[in-house]
Write a protein that binds this ligand. Structure first.
Ligand SMILES: *Cc1c(COP(=O)(O)O)cnc(C)c1O
Length: 362
């Protein structure tokens, strides 16, 4: 080609993230009136009521920039997790924090390790830095933590671990994770992405913030987009050593979390009733869907998240057939899982409609 501005090579070769199809888009395309979206692991109960109330009061102040230090939300997090203010970074969603990690820790000379079938953003933020991504083969669809240790080289700077993982729903328990953390050299940052942690039962929850003092190279990422029901507000946070947090803050946009997000997330954090009911709705829905799948003869990967990876044969054909019935699920061929679809657990009637639609596809 003749003269035209050229982006850096890593960007021209990057496969962009493919988000779930919005309801409004399918409405425009098919003119269907009743559409359900089970494609982006959003909370089918919607917004935390406490968050909704808190946001209503924030409208009057929208003419001003948000608090760039996010004092209100950080204080709520300090109260909740018993950490220090300096151990917290806020993000425009936790994806923002994953991006900050890559910008602060990865360059053309370095490598990041992540699992096969792990959350797609890890590979994207790594490649966007022109850094080398090292994808470690999965073990029964989950992270092979020992394999990830074996993959460490002198160039490794970051290891991404999603727990539970999206799109597989697989989970590593405390024993395995602690053994892993002990083996990772302390010069390497371990990013523990716990986007779905709130869906674990209280007995299963890791309370990984307890490990921060022992492992100064640990960064825990969490989000308000899933169980808290605030995906549209874009708020996530990271917990880690003050020095790590300081470096991330240097590349952070000063007002990356908006005013409504700060207030809504702070309120949602203590909406324990909402979180509990989200977990209950999810547990019941997971049972409803998996029993339905058993009945229909579909296999699936047992999931600790609010979604399930189902083996349908031709994932793309099922995705399209379900769209025609007004149901949006997630094709996962971009994860090299072309035989599967990923379905978010919905409300009982949505799950029922999904199972009925699935049964009709030949
Ligand atoms: C949904 C998700 C996130 C969170 O994304 P946000 O940017 O906070 O909305 C992070 N990690 C994983 C594994 C996810 O599935």
């Amino acid at each position: 080609m003749s003269e035209f501005p050229q982006a850096i090579k890593a960007i021209t070769q990057l496969n962009p993230y493919i988000p779930g199809k919005p309801v409004s888009e399918l409405q425009r395309e098919l003119g269907l009136s009743s559409i359900i979206k089970l494609a982006s692991n959003e909370n089918p109960q919607g917004v935390s009521p406490k968050a909704r109330n808190a946001i209503q009061e924030a409208w009057l102040d929208l003419g001003n920039y948000p608090d760039g230090n996010g004092y209100i939300l950080k204080q709520a997090l300090v109260q909740r997790w018993g950490c220090a203010n300096e151990q917290i970074i806020l993000g425009n969603g936790s994806n923002d924090i994953l991006d900050l990690v890559a910008r602060a820790f990865l360059s053309t000379e370095s490598e990041a390790i992540y699992s096969q079938y792990a959350f797609a953003i890890y590979a994207i933020v790594t490649q966007a830095q022109s850094a080398q991504g090292c994808m470690v083969p999965a073990n029964h669809y989950g992270h092979d933590l020992n394999g990830m240790i074996q993959a460490i080289t002198e160039k490794t700077r970051v290891i991404f671990v999603a727990n539970p993982n999206n799109p597989t729903g697989t989970f590593c328990g405390e024993e395995a994770l602690l053994a892993f953390l002990k083996q990772v050299p302390s010069r390497i940052l371990v990013v523990l992405d716990e986007a779905y942690g709130e869906y674990l039962s209280p007995e299963e929850q890791l309370n990984s913030e307890r490990w921060l003092n022992q492992f100064p190279n640990l960064l825990i990422c969490r989000t308000f987009s899933k169980a808290y029901g605030l995906a549209g507000l874009r708020v996530g946070y990271g917990l880690g050593h003050p020095t790590i947090i300081d470096w991330l803050n240097r590349v952070r946009q000063p007002f990356n979390v908006n005013s409504l997000g700060l207030l809504g997330a702070a309120a949602a954090l203590t909406d324990f009733d909402f979180i509990e009911s989200s977990r209950n709705v999810n547990n019941n829905g997971m049972l409803q869907i998996t029993l339905g799948l058993d009945r229909l003869g579909f296999s699936y990967v047992p999931s600790k998240g609010n979604f399930v990876l189902i083996r349908v044969g031709d994932g793309d054909a099922y995705f399209r057939a379900l769209l025609r019935q007004g149901i949006i699920v997630r094709p996962v061929d971009n994860y090299q899982l072309p035989e599967f679809i990923r379905v978010t657990i919905g409300l009982p009637e949505q799950n029922e409609r999904f199972l009925k639609a699935l049964a009709q596809i030949q």
